[in-house]
Design a protein around this ligand. Structure first.
Ligand code: DP6
Length: 353
């Protein structure tokens, strides 16, 4: 809403997050109720930047509901988004749920390649939720949003309905999403802030191609894997070990757990019907190399992987240069996005001319 009739534009920056304990499988897809608790590290550099304003120009009106959504791939031109798009569906959901009639003009871009396992839907749906609600309410800061009834847990809850992993991007540091005993008792909370233990996440781009099966489609295959039930049964113990390693800032203890956890999720993916294989040959080569380097030279770095071929190498922040140099030397053709534990979302605004 305009303050003193001055139209404003709101920019939400929401980071991606990398899950250390994965969300894979839904008990209730309608209500975005996950099969298990998950825990992630909020990132810093990999983020979505989304700008929204009330739609004042009738000429730009889209035939369906008046919203205009423009998206740019990394470094590319803004293009109109149309059709059965996750973001458009979420915008329509937010409008219905919050009873906000005003049409919005929204533009969005990622600082990283999307759709290849860098949780673009987490930052994307998070930034869309934050920008749209700011434009509708006119709230110019996270504090003003909280005063209007949209504090971070509420924003996280709304973003979760667009993409589950998005709810974990609303807090800095390390974030826990608990499934609860029923869909309504889910919760998202910060476990530690970013200063507790800043870690590096060196995202090794094995392939920037968009994956052929989205995470949302992948979640629906989990029940067909014989490994899914044992995986879910083992999550509480895994979570305790991961949380103990985080509390103790013990990289070796954390590393063992996150590698086993990522492989466990990929085992469920591969043994589902239809079988999903997100890892490419290059991903597997990289994992073998990392393991060998650690065993033979003591390289203090561990991997985790989302639903894509790219590898997240987790190491202590002070070892970033050393670990990156070793990766570059062994895989000169693979780009690295050097990221780290981040502080969570920001909201800014400016008056429109
Ligand atoms: C492998 O959050 O993308 O990255 O809720 O259907 O939007 P939807 O799925 P999404 O799933 C992410 C899965 C994951 C693991 C994780 O981030 O926990």
């Amino acid at each position: 809403m305009a303050h003193n009739d001055q139209p404003l534009e709101f920019t939400a920056e929401v980071p991606s997050n990398i899950a250390l304990v994965k969300y894979w499988g839904k008990r209730d897809p309608e209500r975005q109720w996950p099969a298990n608790d998950s825990l992630s590290m909020t990132l810093n550099a990999a983020r979505t930047i989304t700008t929204a304003r009330l739609h004042h120009d009738a000429k730009e009106k889209d035939k369906d509901n008046g919203d205009v959504l423009l998206r740019a791939d990394m470094g590319g031109e803004l293009q109109p988004v149309t059709g059965n798009d996750k973001a458009l569906r979420h915008l329509a959901y937010l409008r219905r749920e919050l009873k906000m009639p005003a049409a919005l003009h929204i533009s969005t871009k990622n600082t990283f390649p999307s759709g290849c396992g860098i949780a673009s839907s987490a930052s994307g749906l998070g930034a869309l939720t934050l920008a749209a609600i700011s434009a509708w309410t006119g709230a110019r800061s996270l504090t003003e949003l909280a005063a209007s009834g949209f504090d971070l847990p509420r924003l996280a809850e709304l973003a979760r309905l667009g993409s589950g992993s998005a709810c974990r991007s609303f807090f800095g540091g390390y974030c826990l999403w608990t499934a609860g005993a029923e869909p309504e008792s889910q919760s998202v909370m910060q476990v530690y802030d970013q200063d507790h233990w800043p870690l590096a996440d060196l995202i090794v781009i094995v392939s920037p191609e968009t994956k052929s099966v989205s995470s949302s489609a992948g979640h629906l295959t989990t029940a067909s894997s014989p490994l899914f039930k044992p995986r879910v049964a083992g999550i509480p113990a895994r979570m305790r070990r991961v949380r103990a390693a985080l509390a103790a800032r013990d990289l070796d203890a954390l590393g063992v757990e996150i590698e086993a956890e990522a492989l466990d999720m990929h085992a469920v993916m591969m043994t589902a019907t239809p079988s999903l294989r997100y890892l490419l040959d290059g991903s597997v080569d990289f994992l073998s190399w990392l393991r060998k380097e650690r065993e033979e030279t003591g390289l203090p770095a561990y991997f985790t992987i989302d639903a894509g071929p790219n590898i997240h190498v987790i190491c202590d922040l002070k070892d970033t240069a050393k670990v990156s140099a070793r990766i570059n030397a062994a895989f000169p053709h693979m780009a690295i996005i050097a990221d780290r534990t981040g502080a969570g979302p920001t909201l800014t605004w400016r008056p429109l001319p």
